[in-house]
Design a protein around this ligand. Structure first.
Ligand code: THU
Length: 146
């Protein structure tokens, strides 16, 4: 079954969620890479958590938009995102909704913790594309494997 057919029954479309990720990307703190990433996570009750990447002069402690989202979501008492949209673009460009920004490996693992059935919405030249997180991170680490 294509991932899009697993989209939850909600008023928010994959395109809508991508638009919210883009809005968050505008708020990114990225003085070093100037690469803005935004994420938007959708929950069962229709609520959305937006997040962006936050860099630091000590480069290695930069936090990606997706993991920032995980921290915000848990802090707000939320645990089970149904879907996440991720969008990114360099400051000199304005093509967030056209170029893919797939989550890095660390973020895939961080997201997997909270819903192995999560859907991932990425931009493409042909519009929003929906993927399954478990297909983007096969054979992921778990303390309790099947
Ligand atoms: N970044 C994210 O926010 N998410 C990812 O999945 C990969 C990379 C950020 C980190 C850094 O601020 C910038 O993109 C360039 O690497």
């Amino acid at each position: 079954m294509p991932a899009i057919d697993k989209w939850p029954s909600t008023k928010i479309s994959p395109e809508d969620l991508l638009g919210m990720a883009r809005e968050a990307a505008r708020r990114a703190y990225v003085p070093y890479s100037r690469y803005h990433v935004g994420a938007a996570m959708l929950f069962e009750d229709g609520s959305v958590v937006q997040s962006c990447n936050v860099e630091n002069a000590s480069y290695g402690i930069t936090i990606c938009a997706e993991r920032a989202g995980v921290v915000i979501m848990v802090s707000q008492g939320k645990r089970n995102p149904l879907a996440i949209a991720v969008t990114g673009s360099h400051e000199d460009r304005d093509d967030y909704l056209k170029i893919e920004c797939p989550p890095c490996g660390a973020c895939r693992q961080a997201l997997m913790e909270f819903n192995t059935n999560m859907l991932v919405v990425l931009a493409s030249k042909d519009g929003a594309k929906v993927y399954e997180l478990k297909k983007l991170l096969p054979h992921s680490f778990s303390l309790d494997p099947d």
